[in-house]
Write a protein that binds this ligand. Structure first.
Ligand SMILES: Nc1ncnc2c1ncn2[C@@H]1O[C@H](COP(=O)(O)OP(=O)(O)OP(=O)(O)O)[C@@H](O)[C@H]1O
Length: 223
């Protein structure tokens, strides 16, 4: 269970979000929406321990972030908006490189299996030759190497074709429901959010999202 209690964030004097509280349980998949600049990436980075809230507290399974950051980091898989891969290396070499940086030891077959599970089969191809969708899948595969309990994904399906979007979506859904992972992700694709998510959090009041989600009978919570 992830518990967020009254957190606020600002960059120097500029406030990004204030007094945000929510909780998410294992096995839930939650969408995070809001207009450009609402603070979705900042909130995800805060949940990923990459930046600290200026006030408030976050707890993961009753462990407070501010006291046990290192331990908490091991339980989190974070996929940033920008793709960060070694373009000249193959998929295999990228997976092995990031395995070395992780806290776990996985053999080549385990790493290959993670890629195969999401239909990423270009194991021996250099990353530079992959499509945008394949690169997104590889970024996601890398975040799963240490088998994190929590997945925080910043627009994991941005700019990719419908087939890859659906593959990633159903992969994430299975991860949450079959493996009890806790997933929070941002997307501007509302069809995808409505299909995949148990509920939706919106950063800031926004009638556009309210109307859309009410029509789809999907629970929306304004943060
Ligand atoms: N490192 C930073 N330093 C200063 N300001 C920042 C920094 N990162 C983000 N901001 C500002 O904080 C606000 C929130 O940005 P953030 O990227 O979190 O929003 P977002 O909801 O993810 O936007 P988008 O939908 O465009 O990705 C924006 O006004 C942005 O300019």
């Amino acid at each position: 269970m992830l518990n967020v209690r009254s957190i606020s964030h600002s960059y120097s004097t500029k406030s990004v979000f204030k007094n945000v509280s929510f909780s998410v349980s294992n096995g839930e998949i939650v969408g995070l929406v809001g207009e450009n600049g609402a603070g979705k990436s900042t909130l995800l980075k805060t949940l990923a321990t990459l930046t600290n809230p200026v006030e408030g507290e976050i707890m993961l399974h009753d462990q407070p972030y501010h006291q046990q950051k290192k331990d908490i980091r091991k339980k989190i898989g974070f996929v940033p908006q920008d793709i960060a891969l070694w373009e000249e290396f193959t998929v295999e070499e990228n997976m092995i490189f990031f395995e070395k940086l992780s806290w776990v030891t996985k053999n080549k077959e385990d790493l290959k299996q993670i890629c195969q599970d999401m239909n990423l089969d270009k194991w021996n191809e250099p990353v530079k030759s992959l499509s945008g969708g394949m690169k997104r899948k590889l970024n996601l595969a890398i975040s799963l190497i240490h088998d994190p309990q929590v997945l925080l994904l910043d627009e994991p399906t941005a700019g990719i074709d419908l087939k890859s979007r659906k593959e990633i979506g159903s992969y994430l859904y299975k991860k949450a429901k079959n493996e009890n992972k806790l997933i929070i992700y941002t997307s501007h694709d509302m069809d995808e959010i409505i299909t995949l998510c148990d509920r939706v959090y919106c950063l800031g009041k926004d009638p556009f999202y309210e109307q859309l989600l009410e029509k789809a009978e999907k629970e929306l919570i304004v943060l």
